[in-house]
Design a protein around this ligand. Structure first.
Ligand code: SF4
Length: 172
């Protein structure tokens, strides 16, 4: 099993996070925005035009955000480096893929933290099983991430986190 890169690399992404998600009133964004529409602060070069001033400009939500490496995986692996700017028909497919992969990458980050704990064998085995289920071998399409077993493993994570909580507290 090979874990995907779980750290974001915006230089290899097509700015999908600045496109895929809505900005909602209760969140930390200075404007409202629909899902699947580019943020007006996004430049043609996929860079944020206010990157150094996000907090004073009211975009603290962007500072707090991480795709956990899902963005570059969608762009480079699933879409082979193509971009929605060059082919607008790709836009909903790329943003759908980001919304599908991001929770999987976030779950893998959590499982990596859990793996470092001093766990009894059965919980350690469950950690490995869940990690394996979230890592399809050499995936090439979005559909491999919609796989029933993978999605069931993702749904199991909250209960698993609850089960390991006493061991996390012990190591704190
Ligand atoms: S403010 Fe900048 S980082 Fe935030 S969504 Fe817009 S372009 Fe992206």
């Amino acid at each position: 099993m090979q874990l995907p890169d779980l750290k974001e690399d915006c230089s290899r992404c097509a700015a999908l996070c600045c496109l895929a998600y809505p900005f909602e009133a209760e969140e930390n964004f200075a404007i409202l925005k629909e899902a699947d529409s580019p943020c007006p602060n996004l430049g043609q070069d996929f860079r944020c035009k206010i990157h150094t001033d996000l907090i004073p400009c009211g975009f603290g939500g962007c500072v707090a955000y991480s795709c956990a490496g899902a963005g570059q995986r969608v762009t480079q692996i699933l879409f082979k480096g193509k971009s929605w700017q060059d082919d607008p028909d790709l836009l909903p497919h790329m943003t759908y893929a980001l919304r599908l992969l991001r929770p999987i990458h976030e779950a893998l980050l959590v499982l990596q933290e859990i793996e470092a704990l001093d766990l009894p064998p059965e919980l350690r085995a469950q950690c490995t099983t869940l990690t394996l289920a979230l890592c399809p071998e050499d995936p090439k399409t979005i559909w491999e991430f919609e796989d029933k077993n993978l999605q069931e493993a993702l749904a199991e994570l909250p209960d698993f986190v609850e089960a390991i909580a006493p061991f996390a507290l012990d190591s704190a």
